[in-house]
Write a protein that binds this ligand. Structure first.
Ligand code: HEM
Length: 513
């Protein structure tokens, strides 16, 4: 848990009277009952107290407050935002049995992302449940397992074309398929929230498993639906399964444990089948993709080689990390475009002048398409789907600002708040021009960090940005997007979850020529 350092000077012996005065002061200052003040104690020769946050109750901690506030604010990130106004930029909560700190503002967010001591991942049940009860894979592992896995994954992905021209070709192949499909239902309303899902999996799966699925493939659509469901069952803090994990034995259906268990089972069945197909046709002298490369590594049985369970979790991480984030961002991007016809017009003008009619867009066009890039940045800002990033964990007791954060505390980063706070002019307005200088150059703001920064920075940033650019330009080169007659203007209000998503909305794809 987080504690406030009341003094940086060395205080080995604090008299009872001094403690009483401090106790009274803290009650008056924070307006909270005795529980918080009792937490005053000596740490590394400094007098420290628990960080400011809502009153903590036994066993449930702040869970009841969260539950009540959610009724009003709908999304977790808004609840944290509201409390931060009252308690400050380093907000301390106890959620069930777990200490959680939510960090606000560029200065503290950057500090957390920059320091090794904060680069752990939480041990909570929700996170380890998806990886056979272990801290393995890339997204939710830490320490040497994480460094080893991240290095190996990046090496193998690059060997099979990650970040190269062949990956661009894969994205183009997928977006052409999307455009062809939309031409078939042109003029009719389409629910667009998940139109990119299968294409996004295909782009990653080509590198991971050397495989492509038809955009209408039911099996893959089902896997994508399961991922969406699992992302909507909890928020990024890990939910009740992390905070009161024993409840899974008492009310497994009510807290979503049974459903999540089934989802994990189905996703791993799909991954295991793919790995088995690879093993049956493996040629050790000619690895075809990331799965082959890891299988060869496993067969060689080196001291630090990976296990098959690790390979399964790596595949799952790559499958999930990219799908919901990019798909939800792309859906929000279309949503902002149909809400703002002037933005759509400017985008199409830029596409038409930068790209000859006879050809499709390429990533090489990006440097000349400043407005398009600004629309992508503005979407990543205003609809930050990774609202609190991916939780970090303090690996040791460590100081942050005026506080000491105890080993094991979860840290959530208020990225959505950073992107939508008062430091932006009219933050609620979708205005790509805010990212363009008067000379017409793109502004790279250091207040925009949708992919995090530092050692744990998202490994899919380049891919995500390329996908968003090609999705957007291909679609607007071919279609005008319209809200169907009679449908309401789609709401920008997000649906809560591990990744924020847009509420269901429909769009008509009207062919341009
Ligand atoms: C718009 C799309 C995306 C957004 C907004 C996004 C955002 C993020 C964020 C905020 C983090 C956490 C950084 C941290 O812990 O400090 C992250 C991590 C990660 N992302 Fe993404 N991401 C996106 C797309 C992708 C894609 C396409 C991939 C596919 C390769 C991917 C793979 C990962 C992985 C593997 C990690 C874990 C890195 C680690 O823990 O070392 N992401 N992402």
């Amino acid at each position: 848990m987080l504690r406030r350092s009341a003094s940086t000077t060395s205080i080995r012996h604090v008299s009872k009277e001094t403690l009483t005065i401090l106790l009274i002061l803290s009650i008056r200052r924070f307006g909270t009952p005795v529980i918080k003040s009792l937490n005053t104690f000596i740490h590394n020769n400094s007098l420290v107290t628990y960080v400011i946050g809502p009153t903590i109750f036994p066993v449930v901690g702040n869970l009841v407050n969260v539950w009540l506030s959610l009724k009003r604010f709908k999304c977790h990130h808004r609840v944290w935002q509201n409390w931060a106004k009252k308690y400050g930029k380093i907000l301390g909560l106890r959620l069930g049995l777990v200490d959680v700190v939510i960090v606000f503002g560029k200065k503290y967010i950057k500090e957390v992302l920059a320091r090794d001591v904060f680069d752990g991942r939480p041990d909570g049940y929700f996170y380890t449940m998806r990886s056979f009860g272990k801290k393995i894979g890339i997204v939710f592992s830490d320490g040497t397992t994480w460094t080893k896995t991240r290095r190996a994954v990046l090496k193998h992905l690059r060997n099979f074309g990650y970040g190269s021209r062949s990956m661009e070709n894969n994205i183009c192949e997928e977006v052409k398929a999307i455009v062809d499909l939309r031409k078939l239902d042109a003029g009719r309303p389409v629910v667009v929230n998940h139109v990119f899902d299968v294409a996004i999996v295909n782009i990653m799966w080509k590198l991971v498993a050397g495989k492509r699925y038809d955009l209408k493939d039911n099996k893959l659509k089902h896997i994508c639906d399961l991922i969406t469901k699992s992302f909507q069952l909890v928020d990024m803090s890990g939910g009740i399964l992390t905070f009161l994990p024993f409840l899974r034995h008492i009310m497994p259906d009510f807290i979503g444990y049974s459903e999540l268990k089934l989802i994990h089972h189905n996703i791993y069945t799909f991954i295991q089948e793919t790995i088995n197909e690879h093993r049956a046709t493996l040629d050790v002298s000619k690895p075809r993709d990331l799965i082959d490369a890891f299988l060869i590594d496993i067969m060689q049985q080196k001291e630090d080689s990976f296990t098959e369970e690790e390979l399964q979790v790596i595949c799952r991480d790559l499958l999930e990390a990219g799908v919901e984030t990019v798909s939800n961002t792309a859906a929000f991007m279309l949503l902002h475009i149909v809400r703002n016809p002037d933005v759509q017009k400017q985008l199409q003008d830029e596409i038409d002048s930068a790209i000859e009619l006879s050809r499709y867009p390429t990533l090489g066009d990006r440097s000349r398409m400043i407005y398009t890039e600004a629309v992508i940045l503005e979407t990543l800002r205003i609809s930050s789907v990774a609202a609190v990033g991916i939780p970090h964990m303090a690996r040791e007791d460590a100081r942050l600002g005026d506080y000491v954060i105890r080993k094991g505390t979860f840290l959530l980063l208020a990225i959505h708040d950073l992107h939508n706070g008062a430091q932006w002019k009219n933050p609620q307005e979708f205005n790509p021009a805010r990212f363009i200088t008067t000379e017409g150059n793109l502004i790279q703001s250091d207040m925009l960090m949708p992919f995090g920064t530092g050692k744990r920075r998202c490994i899919g940033e380049g891919l995500a940005r390329s996908e968003l650019f090609l999705f957007l330009t291909y679609i607007l080169q071919s279609f005008n997007l319209k809200i169907p007659n009679g449908d309401p203007i789609p709401s920008t209000e997000p649906v809560d979850g591990v990744s924020l998503s847009a509420k269901e909305f429909r769009v008509i794809f009207e062919p341009r020529r």
